[in-house]
Structures are given as C-alpha cells and as structure tokens.
Write a protein that binds this ligand. Structure first.
Ligand SMILES: *[C@@H]1O[C@H](CO)[C@@H](O)[C@H](O)[C@H]1NC(C)=O
Ligand SMILES: *[C@@H]1O[C@H](CO)[C@@H](O)[C@H](O)[C@H]1NC(C)=O
Ligand SMILES: *[C@@H]1O[C@H](CO)[C@@H](O)[C@H](O)[C@H]1NC(C)=O
Length: 347
C-alpha cells in the first residue's frame, strides 16, 4: 500500500490514515492488495484539493451530509471531496442533477453510515440516498433503509437504500442494506467495486448500465411473503438500450432461495461471470415472472460461475451459458466506457 501524506490534503490527513487501516482489515476478506483502492484516488486521480468535512459530533464544517451537499455550488465543475467522518447519519440525502463532481468519502463502510427508514409505493420516494448528478464517487460508506421487512405484502413495499440516476457514478467499498428493492440502479453508467449488497426481492433493479466487480451479495429471506425473490430485476425494452447489469467475480450467498434475475422488460439483460453461487441460488436460476410475451429476447446469462448454486442442468431453458466470445464484451470496463471516466478500475 503506497500512501504518503503529501497525497492527502492537509485537513484530511488523519482521515486518509483511517481509510487505509480499514482497507488493510478488509484484506482479510480475500481481496488481493493490487485490487485495493486507496485514498490518493481522491486527490491525485480526481485532481482536487477542496475538502468539506462532515462530522456528526460537530468537529467538521457541517453536522449533516445534506448540509454539506447544499453548500456545493450549482453547476460545480471541479471535483470536491466531502469527507463524512465515522458516525451514524440519520437523514435522507439528495444530490440533485446540478451538483456534479462530488466525491463522498467515508471512514469505511462499518464506520460511516447513512440511514433512514421508509416504506413507500414509490421506490424513488422511499430512497435514503438519491444521486441524480453525473460524476459522483462514493467510497467507504454504508447506505441503509431500515424499513421493517414483512410489510412487503402491502402496496407500501418499496424500501430503497440508494437511487442512482446520474451518468458516471462509482461506488468503492460501499454497503447497501435493505430488503425489498435495496439498490435502484435507475439509469446511466455505473461501477460498483468491492461493495456489499443485501436484500430479499428485486433488490438490484432499474435500467442502469452497470458493472459490479467483486461484490458480495447477501440474500435475506422474507418468509412472510409468498413470492420468491430475485436478486436482479433489470428493465430494458429494446436492443437499442445499452443497459445491462454485469456481475464479475464476487459471490452470492444467503438465507433463503432466490432467482438470479427476473425479466423486467422483454430485453432484460443481466450477466453473472466468474461468480460464486451458494445453494441459495435455485436450480432454475432465472424467472420470466411479470413478462407476458416471448422469452426469446431475454439476456439472462452466466459465464464460468462456480459453487453449488451454479449447476446449469435445470436452468430456465431461455437462459444462456455464454461462450468466451459472447462473454468478452461484458468482461471489461469498456462495457461502460469506464476508461474514459472512472478514477480507478480493476479488470
Ligand atoms: C487548489 O486547486 C485549485 C484548482 O486546481 C488551484 O487553483 C489552487 O491553487 C489550489 N490551491 C492549493 C492551495 O493548492
Ligand atoms: C408491491 O406493490 C405493488 C403495488 O404498489 C404491487 O403491484 C406489487 O405486486 C407488490 N410487490 C410485491 C412483491 O408484493
Ligand atoms: C415462463 O416460465 C414458466 C415457468 O418456468 C414457463 O412455464 C413458461 O413456458 C415460460 N414462458 C416462456 C414464454 O418461455
């Protein structure tokens, strides 16, 4: 790990050390050191020296995350770091379209937590954290919606932790916690690296064009609910839409049975590659639930997955096991043109 104080702006030096320590601990989780993003990402790659500090105990510039965001000028064109010190922030947060180039850094996903509790019929409305601005990066933060599970059988069944609606957003070492509809990956190109996502039903959903690299997915059961949940519900209505959810490496495990995906739109596109599946992934793998027409245009696909849930024998007949050639377009950040805009990527 190379980290020199020079690379951190003066007033966040201690925060940089903290982030580094958290990453060393994370390494116990089977990550290789070369895949670890450290905090010079913020200062070197994004080339910024502006930092706003949020501290729940009043030691920073603001006590709430939203107040810090409100202080960013409209149309902001230089990257700005908002460092959110360790603590639990009970608030809904919204980054509107006109506040791009925000890099939000926490002290690690076990340390910096933004949490709210809301069920709604409307997924967007329910979200604890909404980012609609392009050029957004989050690092080492947990986002939670603590709405009680078991309420899903009513119409107030959406409890989104994060809504991502802007183009060019990246999340490194973040956590997403809820049950029903955890991560609303709505629209735009997104990258999630070494993130943790938990939920029960349709918990990664929307029309995003996204790569999930080395993410950990925990399936929690909701036994009070009749339907079996799906990890993904990707919506795509035609071949013209470039969207798709691509999972590379990482693992899926949990308590309760789950589908890898349900078709939300006739052209729904999801790929799991090189991913570990525990038995929590049921043999059929994929469902056409809510799709009334043909399954012929679905792209529900796997490539070289492993683990007890990966057997392909009883998979839904329309689902695909990709060949090397078919998998190639999904196996690099070129799928989201990442080399043009990501501060860091790993494959
Ligand atoms: C901070 O960055 C801005 C824009 O890049 C630059 O104009 C300014 O001189 C820098 N300030 C310091 C203290 O480095
Ligand atoms: C969630 O509520 C909507 C109505 O708002 C309903 O159509 C849908 O079936 C519900 N989903 C589940 C899984 O209960
Ligand atoms: C949808 O899935 C069900 C259950 O697996 C299956 O019986 C049905 O044939 C599928 N529909 C199409 C169009 O493949």
């Amino acid at each position: 790990m190379q980290l020199s104080f020079m690379q951190c702006s003066i007033n966040v030096t201690s925060a940089c050390i903290l982030v580094t320590l958290v990453l060393f601990l994370d390494n116990g989780n089977g990550l290789s050191v070369k895949n670890v993003v450290d905090s010079p990402l913020s200062t070197q790659k994004l080339n910024t020296n502006r930092t706003i500090k949020v501290d729940a105990n009043g030691q920073g510039d603001f006590k709430s995350v939203q107040a810090a965001i409100d202080s960013v000028p409209n149309g902001n064109s230089n990257w700005i770091i908002i460092h959110v010190s360790k603590g639990v922030y009970r608030e809904k947060v919204h980054i509107p379209q006109n506040k791009p180039h925000i890099f939000m850094r926490g002290d690690g996903r076990g340390q910096t937590i933004i949490v709210w509790s809301e069920n709604s019929e409307d997924s967007y409305q329910s979200a604890t954290f909404k980012v609609e601005a392009p050029h957004f990066v989050a690092y080492g933060i947990s986002f939670k919606n603590e709405a009680p599970i078991g309420i899903a059988h009513t119409s107030q069944n959406q409890s989104v932790a994060v809504f991502v609606g802007g183009d060019k957003s990246a999340f490194y070492h973040c956590g997403f916690f809820s049950s029903h509809n955890t991560l609303f990956d709505y629209k735009g190109r997104h990258y999630y690296d070494n993130c943790y996502i938990q939920g029960s039903i349709d918990f990664i959903f929307g029309g995003g064009q996204s790569i999930y690299h080395e993410c950990e997915i925990l399936v929690i059961a909701n036994k009070r609910h009749e339907i079996r949940g799906s990890i993904t519900a990707h919506s795509r209505q035609s071949t013209k839409e470039r969207s798709g959810f691509v999972f590379v490496k990482g693992k899926v495990y949990g308590i309760g049975d789950v589908y890898l995906g349900r078709a939300n739109g006739a052209y729904s596109r999801v790929v799991f590659a090189h991913t570990y599946f525990s038995r929590t992934v049921i043999p059929q793998g994929w469902t056409n639930w809510s799709l009334s027409g043909s399954t012929g245009n679905l792209h529900q696909a796997e490539y070289k997955c492993h683990g007890p849930g990966s057997a392909s024998t009883n998979r839904a007949p329309w689902s695909k096991q990709l060949t090397d050639k078919e998998a190639t377009p999904f196996l690099s950040v070129d799928f989201i043109k990442g080399k043009e805009w990501l501060p860091a990527w790993f494959f």
